[in-house]
Write a protein that binds this ligand. Structure first.
Ligand code: MEV
Length: 324
């Protein structure tokens, strides 16, 4: 019986979230936390899909039946199977798909893009479709549109290609950093909705276009400077730029009280800099600093009831982990 297991990293945005939706640059880093997807051949003539994190499973006799059963919040999965079937006539049957993720959902860590990339990669391998990563990222982008409305494309790109990228208007290049790069990720315990956050900013931008454009442009400038500091490995300056980026995001009403509390604790415990990551209004906060400081800060934050952990860069992006 055939079996494949794929994985795709999650991501955090170091600089430029939201501004990237309006054509300014952003920098994202792939994380050592990931999502996985396995596909195994089964005897019975059915499609079984298990979503481990949600304790949900769906059993269908065929794709049409599955598409009619899947609840709207998992539309991206149905949509993925549908577009692949339309293009490659895969006629999904006699398979069990298991999807699981170590990323907090709706937290700014790219769980939806990472799940999409892992799912497409597993299908690609299981059905010998020979899709290149460019193509996988494109399909994941289509799935992101289902979840987020008008995404910039940064999440599917970083979750597919891994590493650290400078992304602008659909184009990207890798950023080569000199040293290993550790980042502390702290979950606020508040889920956010990327689509709503993007909408909220769009409304504000319609009401105050000149001010919002100035702020977004400034975020873009910080992002450009941050790339140089990342290449130079200047952690202190990267921290300062994160603090500045955070202030601008807060001025766009994308921060909140819990984020502010984590920022304060991070500052008091010696982090070089911290900011929200992703859509904001909850989700996660990232912090940079030296290793000992970040380890200590992580336990302080965990003791206060937040979920805080250190992550390295994932260099590979989406990949096959096992195959039989
Ligand atoms: C995505 O993680 C963060 C946003 O910039 C939206 C996007 O780029 O698609 C808010």
């Amino acid at each position: 019986m055939r079996f494949v297991l794929s994985s795709a990293p999650g991501k955090c945005i170091l600089f430029g979230e939201h501004a990237v939706v309006y054509g300014y640059p952003a920098i994202a880093m792939a994380l050592s936390l990931n999502s996985t997807c396995s596909i195994e051949e089964i005897e019975e003539n059915k499609i079984e899909i298990i979503l481990k994190n949600y304790n949900q499973s769906f059993i269908s006799s065929n794709l049409e039946d599955f598409l009619s059963k899947i609840p709207p919040q998992f539309n991206q999965i149905g949509y993925c199977l549908k577009i692949i079937n339309n293009r490659f006539n895969t006629k999904f049957k006699k398979i069990r798909i298991i999807i699981s993720s170590s990323l907090f959902p709706s937290s700014g860590l790219g769980s939806s893009a990472s799940i999409s990339a892992a799912l497409i990669m597993a299908i690609n391998e299981f059905y010998d479709l020979y899709l290149q990563k460019e193509e996988i990222s494109k399909i994941a982008y289509e799935m992101e549109k289902i979840v987020h409305g008008t995404p910039s494309g940064i999440d599917n790109t970083i979750c597919t290609f891994g590493n650290m990228i400078f992304f602008q208007k659909g184009k990207y290049h890798f950023i080569e950093i000199p040293n290993d790069f550790l980042i502390l990720i702290t979950y606020t315990n508040v889920k956010h909705n990327t689509k709503e956050a993007i909408e909220q900013l769009r409304k504000l931008k319609n009401e105050q276009p000149v001010l919002c454009d100035l702020i977004l442009e400034r975020i873009g400038t910080y992002t450009e400077i941050a790339e140089l500091e990342l290449i130079n490995g200047n952690l202190i300056e990267i921290g300062n730029l994160m603090n500045s980026n955070q202030k601008l995001l807060a001025s766009l009403n994308l921060s909140n009280e819990v984020i502010n509390e984590i920022l304060k604790i991070s500052f008091e415990n010696g982090a070089f800099g911290s900011k929200l990551t992703g859509a904001g209004l909850g989700g996660c906060v990232i912090s940079v600093g030296d290793k000992t400081t970040l380890k200590n800060l992580s336990s302080v934050l965990n003791n206060k009831g937040f979920k805080s952990l250190l992550s390295r860069i994932d260099k590979e992006g989406v990949r096959i982990e096992e195959k039989q």
